[in-house]
Design a protein around this ligand. Structure first.
Ligand code: ATP
Ligand code: MG
Length: 557
């Protein structure tokens, strides 16, 4: 499979190649640093495949580090889901998972070092004053009145901050850099703030918490990271990343390299927005199969290999773009086409009665699990007098293009016999309920002996042995390609993103394990839902249609 093909190079790999060739580094050590404030999404998968993939290819290491400096929004549920998702994608982090909070003591020490060097000060300005003094992109900032407080006083104030003497917002520790810098992040950024909150890892030990920009570079350095890969919005912050490491006593200085975030059409990719969808009940949870989360895609039937393949196909650049949903879908379609066993399921059933087949009898037929892979074996399919076929596969009359069952004509039942529609019944509304047929007993696995041509093939399920199943048909979650650009993104939700139907599946798959994927012949790729399986209920999720309906839509079909 394409997954085993040599990796396409990218600008990050080129930098690494140079660093190894020049002897700057002897090996590669990357990290994936999620904040545990939500479930991981497909954008994170891009970052995971990049970081862990590079480590793997260069025989290096990749750490998993929870960037947990904002305890209010974080939780252990998220920590656990993140670990599960990274492992499910097929990666192993080096050693134990790390936490930025593991370094709170060290970070505090480095903050004191900056104060001692006259490079940080405690500012008692109000939030409003700080904002005003910071200036704008066009106007320089103004020095805070607390900027020139003596080192001794600053040490005392920081000690008092740490001891809990100040309320939240009363003061903060700022790096003393340059209030006239064109980079806003260099205008004396806050590096520590007061937060009287419990932390999921450190409990009530701290009431001051380091800010992300201060924490991240030091955590990278403490872990001996060689290349710190992040998304483009941190480009400016690279100055601060380097400034902090240049001004504290630490030997390691990782190189920050930015790449563009993944944006995917018809969905949103920010944890805040995804959280809103969950909290406001627009979806059934973080792992709703319509969500772009790894947990949602997994439940939908995506495989780890398909998501890794997607990350490889989109590549890594510095260009911002929006990836078409069709690219993601092609990855899972290719994977399942090759690996998923075939099965038959009828999603919108009408009954077929084969009048010349004996009542109460069952004939056991054999069907290949995969048309091109005999190694996948065969299964037994029961054939009976009463069957279900798809409503759309029968018409009273039709032109030659309709290669399915037409009154008075023949069609082949997949894996079984040729049947002929003799008459049919409708209900009060005129909807077809039953088609009465005859079958040609001499057509199992062969064409009719007299040379009659039967072109169409339709799928079916025995009415006596078919198993009732709920089948969930998903469509895109949003109606517009870029919902994040809408004023109220939730207004752009697709009201028809989920359609639930009651169908019948062949008995061979009734006990398939949760998440097992199948190609339901002629209808699409489906998998056993894992949540409903816990309740003992047989539910299938449509992973993806057989063909790219998005491309068709774009062509106006
Ligand atoms: P969000 O906006 O969803 O909250 P985030 O960047 O705050 O995303 P983090 O948990 O901090 O989320 O992200 C962990 C890592 O994943 C970071 O290195 C981040 O750059 C990367 N990442 C996050 N979103 C994307 C994306 N859409 N594409 C590529 N990488 C991403
Ligand atoms: Mg972040």
């Amino acid at each position: 499979m394409a997954e085993n093909a040599p990796r396409a190079s990218n600008f990050i790999r080129k930098i690494i190649d140079q660093d190894l060739a020049s002897g700057k580094h002897q090996g590669v050590h990357t990290r994936f640093p999620p904040e545990p404030n939500g479930y991981l999404h497909i954008g994170h998968a891009k970052s995971i495949v990049l970081n862990f993939g590079i480590a793997e290819d260069y025989q290096g290491q990749c750490n998993l580090r929870f960037d947990d400096t904002n305890p209010l929004k974080e939780s252990v549920e998220y920590i656990n889901s993140i670990k599960r998702d990274v492992q499910w994608l097929g990666y192993e982090w080096e050693g134990k998972p790390r936490f930025s909070s593991d370094y709170f003591q060290a970070l505090h020490g480095f903050a004191i070092e900056l104060i001692e060097k006259g490079l940080a000060y405690v500012d008692f300005s109000s939030q409003d004053d700080m904002r005003t003094l910071r200036g704008t992109l066009k106007e320089k900032g103004t020095n805070s009145p607390f900027r020139d407080t003596s080192v001794e006083e600053n040490l005392q104030h920081f000690a008092d901050m740490t001891a809990g003497k100040y309320k939240e917002g009363e003061c903060s520790l700022r790096a003393k850099i340059d209030m006239s810098s064109p980079f806003m992040c260099m205008r004396d950024p806050v590096i520590y703030r007061v937060r009287h909150v419990h932390h999921h890892q450190t409990g009530d030990t701290w009431c001051v918490y380091p800010m992300y920009d201060f924490t991240h570079c030091i955590s990278d350095a403490l872990e001996g990271i060689t290349h710190s890969l992040c998304t483009l919005e941190f480009q400016d912050n690279r100055r601060l990343y380097d400034w902090v490491l240049d001004n504290i006593s630490i030997d390691c200085h990782p190189q920050q390299i930015e790449f563009s975030r993944l944006n995917l059409e018809y969905t949103v990719m920010s944890k805040r927005k995804l959280n809103e969808l969950v909290v406001e009940g627009h979806v059934e949870g973080w792992n709703d199969p319509r969500m772009p989360t790894i947990a949602g895609l997994r439940r939908r039937g995506y495989t780890p290999g398909s998501l890794r393949e997607f990350a490889h196909r989109i590549g890594v650049t510095k260009m911002d773009n929006q990836v078409e949903m069709g690219i993601l879908e092609a990855c899972i379609r290719d994977d399942l086409n090759e690996h998923a066993p075939r099965a038959m399921a009828v999603l919108d059933p009408i009954k077929v009665v084969i009048e010349n087949f004996p009542e109460g009898e069952t004939e056991t037929l054999q069907a290949a699990n995969h048309p091109n892979n005999p190694d996948m074996g065969e299964r037994e399919v029961p054939f009976t007098r009463e069957l279900y076929i798809e409503r759309e596969d029968f018409r009273e009359s039709a032109n030659k293009k309709f290669k399915r069952l037409v009154l008075g004509k023949e069609v082949r039942l997949r894996n079984a016999y040729v049947i002929k529609a003799e008459r049919f019944e409708t209900d009060a509304e005129g909807l077809v309920t039953t088609v009465y047929c005859t079958y040609d007993a001499d057509t199992l696995g062969k064409d009719p002996a007299d040379g009659r041509k039967v072109k169409g093939v339709i799928h079916w399920v025995s009415a006596a042995h078919g198993v009732n199943a709920e089948i969930r048909l998903y469509d895109r979650l949003f109606q517009v390609p870029n919902p994040a650009a809408e004023e109220v993104f939730a207004d752009a939700l697709n009201p028809n993103s989920l359609q639930v139907v009651q169908g019948f599946v062949e008995p061979s798959i009734a006990n398939a394990a949760p998440e097992t994927g199948f190609q339901f012949e002629r209808t699409g790729y489906f998998c056993v839902d894992s949540e409903f399986a816990k309740e003992g209920k047989l539910v299938f999720n449509r992973t993806v249609e057989l063909r790219d309906s998005w491309a068709k839509m774009d062509q106006g079909e």
